[in-house]
Design a protein around this ligand. Structure first.
Ligand SMILES: O=C(O)c1ccc(O)c(O)c1
Ligand SMILES: [Mg+2]
Length: 591
């Protein structure tokens, strides 16, 4: 195995005072930091004291940043810039940091002349090296003349000073679509620093994109595994350091954000084969989903198959679908998911390696001891091997008429907006689920962002309200739901009605539009409408689905039929579903 690179995080990623940021980064296990100048300027302790604070916390200060608008300027500006630099060098000496990031100029004073830039950077590097310091030159994607890393490297090569190298920042390189393979042509010892950031693909101004929408690796659309692989292939031995400007992270609890950040580097290292932990479990699907409170599952054709030996929990089954109904806990929530994996111990070790909080469980004598972890939204995830856990339930011998439900298709978990990206990365890194595309839609009370994460037998749909809501929107959290699979949605909808289930009624307007949109035969539309079944299709197949009204305070059920290889979740229909649920909620509270 290759040597394990050190980890770093820029203080600009985190919220709070500099002291808060340092404490959080150290507690999350980072080896070092990039000290962002503004964080130093606003701090009460002086540079020497900060140096000591970092040393006490076991953090090295790996980079001082940024130094702006230095190169390729007229002589009078150069003199002022060198004066400015000497002052920074004094501060760096006190801090005990040896590398300063110089980002490419955005100044109107700058001149489009690589020779001049090289000459002046050479001068700066000589001044730095007299004091044992180094200059890492970074091309900002919006630099006035230098805005690509190959250009920055050409200038560094031309300057030919041992104290001058490049700083590579994945955002500036990948946001512009530059080819990262050329990195391999740079000698590792000339890469003085590596900054890592992911981002969603957004067709917008690159400066705004960079300053507000960066994400930790694995949360966005960039391929950071390949990118980092190129950098490590050069022999680069510096830290993998995160530089993520993100409005949400900058308001978040800095420790929680630091753990999320550290998880992103662990997952990145894992994807590069640099981590010695078990790989993500090859799950075989849902063992169970657990809800709290009265569920109305009987009307869905479920049988109360067992009662737990020691806990107030019932096992309800239909086909391969198994739902645990827990009488204790916060009513109307999805409390837990059970996932069948080949090796629960290995899955637990991986979870621990990815910083997932382990839950301690009390198993009675002879009961299955399940490995459990907590997802960011508090949902408990149990790793089950085979179906041993079912032995914990005493069979009731009851049986009830079924409604064609065959299993659990997916579970939809509503996320607090601020933890949406954290949740995606959590499921990706801990369970190996692959995120699908991000979708956004206008729901009755605002925009909602949704994203599916799925892999071997497990599908989760995550969604979050896009902006914080004011007084107008109802003060309820969006409900969560379990979607069951079936082979014939129309037949199941009819069976459920017969059993007395409250199927969510869909307005006629929806079916008018559906006819126009799909060209489905009138009889088909009529049957869908009669059963309040919604419809979607993609290039791979079709999707028929319907919903129940809210069963508890925050839980409802969906029944879905996938035809062909349809991979989505019927997101186009979500606004209609949400409006219908809201209607149903109003109607039930008025009665
Ligand atoms: O947005 C900026 O100004 C900025 C500063 C320093 C960096 O390393 C960077 O990538 C961007
Ligand atoms: Mg940068």
């Amino acid at each position: 195995m290759r040597p394990d690179p050190r980890t770093g995080i820029a203080t600009v990623c985190l919220s709070g005072t500099l002291e808060d940021k340092l404490a959080a980064a150290a507690k999350a296990g980072f080896d070092g930091i990039e000290l962002f100048e503004n964080d130093l300027l606003a701090a009460r302790p002086g540079p020497a004291e900060i140096r000591k604070r970092c040393a006490d916390l076991g953090l090295s200060i790996d980079l001082y940043q940024p130094f702006r608008d230095f190169e390729a300027v007229p002589p009078d500006v150069l003199a002022a810039n060198l004066r400015r630099a000497e002052h920074k060098f004094d501060v760096m000496a006190e801090l005990g940091v040896d590398t300063v990031l110089v980002c490419s100029s955005v100044s109107p004073d700058a001149i489009d002349d690589d020779d001049l830039a090289a000459e002046q950077l050479h001068l700066l590097a000589s001044r730095a090296s007299e004091r044992g310091l180094r200059i890492a030159y970074e091309a900002l994607a919006w630099g006035r003349y230098v805005n690509g890393y190959e250009h920055a490297w050409r200038i560094v090569r031309r300057a030919a000073h041992p104290a001058l190298g490049v700083c590579l920042d994945s955002f500036h390189i990948l946001s512009k679509g530059d080819d990262p393979r050329v990195i391999r042509a740079i000698p590792g010892e000339k890469i003085f620093f590596l900054q890592l950031a992911d981002a969603p693909t957004l067709p917008m101004d690159v400066l705004q994109w960079s300053r507000h929408h960066r994400l930790f690796p694995g949360q966005g659309d960039f391929d950071l595994t390949t990118f980092t692989g190129h950098v490590l292939a050069t022999g680069y031995t510096g830290p993998l350091s995160l530089e993520v400007f993100n409005d949400v992270f900058r308001q978040a609890d800095p420790y929680r954000a630091s753990v999320d950040a550290m998880r992103s580097l662990l997952a990145l290292k894992d994807s590069l084969g640099l981590l010695d932990i078990p790989s993500a479990p090859a799950s075989q699907g849902y063992a169970f989903a657990e809800i709290v409170g009265d569920s109305g599952l009987a009307a869905l054709g479920f049988t109360r198959a067992g009662v737990h030996r020691t806990k107030p929990v019932e096992l309800w089954t239909q086909g391969e679908a198994r739902v645990l109904v827990n009488a204790s806990g916060e009513p109307g929530t999805i409390a837990a998911l059970g996932i069948t994996v080949p090796d629960p111990t290995a899955a637990g070790q991986r979870s621990e390696g990815m910083l997932a909080p382990a839950l301690s469980r009390t198993a009675g004598p002879g009961e299955a001891a399940l490995t459990a972890i907590a997802a960011p939204d508090g949902t408990q995830i149990f790793f089950c091997s085979s179906d041993d856990w079912i032995e914990d339930f005493v069979p009731t011998g009851e049986s009830a008429p079924a409604a064609g439900i065959t299993g659990i298709d997916h579970v939809s978990l509503t996320q607090p907006f601020d933890h949406f990206d954290e949740a995606t990365l959590f499921y990706r890194s801990v369970l190996g689920l692959e995120p699908g595309p991000v979708t956004e839609f206008a729901a009755p009370y605002g925009l909602v962002r949704g994203r599916g994460v799925s892999g071997s037998g497990i599908r989760l749909s995550l969604d979050a309200a896009l902006v914080r809501r004011g007084d107008w929107a109802p003060a309820v959290r969006e409900p969560q739901h379990i979607a069951f699979s079936c082979d014939d949605a129309l037949a199941s909808a009819r069976a459920l009605r017969t059993l007395g289930a409250r199927v969510l009624e869909i307005p006629a307007n929806y079916y008018d539009d559906l006819a126009a949109r799909t060209g489905l035969a009138a009889e088909t539309i009529g049957a869908l409408q009669e059963c309040s079944v919604l419809y979607d299709r993609d290039a791979r197949g079709e999707f028929l689905h319907f919903y129940t009204e809210l069963a508890g305070a925050r839980v409802f059920f969906e029944v879905v039929q996938r035809i062909g290889d349809y991979r989505g979740f019927g997101v186009v229909n979500a606004p209609v579903r949400m409006a219908a649920h809201h209607d149903a909620r109003l109607t039930s509270t008025q009665h």
